[in-house]
Design a protein around this ligand. Sequence first.
Ligand code: IPD
Ligand code: CA
Ligand code: CA
Length: 265
Amino acid sequence: MDYNQLSFQLAAVTRHAGQFIRQEAATFNRSHIETKGVHDLVSYVDKETEKLLVAGLREVLPEAGFITEEGTEGANRAEGYNWIIDPLDGTTNFVHGLPVYCVSVGLIHHDELVAGVVYEVVRDECFRAAKGAGAFCNEIPIHVTDVPDLNSSLIATGFPYTDFGKMDDYLQLLGAFMRRSHGVRRVGSAAADLAYVAAGRFEGFFEFNLNSYDVAAGILLVREAGGRVTQFLEDGDPLFGRQVVASNGLVHDEMQSTIREFWKE
Ligand code: IPD
Ligand code: CA
Ligand code: CA
């Protein structure tokens, strides 16, 4: 399978879905908001975008199954290839009119990531990666930075917003990163955070309670851009591990040792 070629087709489907989101943003209002749980928002835009993606990707790779955030496909995992879809990453930003939200789609073969696209809708930036073929933003190659230490790094994170059980550990950790880096940012889209590490806008990103659809495409982007992605304390695969530390590689050990100081499993 030519994963680079496949990622071009994925990018086209993802851009098309992003155009739908852009069009709906013009008329979206808060009466369209539904809730999935405490502070966990969703809307018809998330669900319709997911349906568009599924329909488009079925044509690209008919034998592939789907792991989707909104479950519009039901349980539909296949043996070999599976698309991992977050139709709208940054829903809270979207419903508040804050212009940072993405379409994020990764492709796995068994458990290995082989293609991924994060399309940032408002900036019209398409981040594309394929296994062994590199990472690109609007077809320009991207690379992580060569900043060597945390002290000179800009770090992204995601704040807990539904599960506050680890709040004390998290706030300690946040304080440590604030003291030890150039600064900490909360963009509101994990897919954008990872794409920005790949593009050299952040040196690192960490967040817990993430799902595979938040991170699938972004993990491959960071790796193909020369960076490293692990779980918080171990080097285990972060895709289904719910915790992610992503970095330019050079500041990874310092990030993990900072986490180790404050994070109790
Ligand atoms: C969320 C965003 C956010 C992160 C959350 C995710 P959603 O995804 O990626 O940045 O902090 O953990 O759930 O709900 O907007 O698709
Ligand atoms: Ca998400
Ligand atoms: Ca989402």
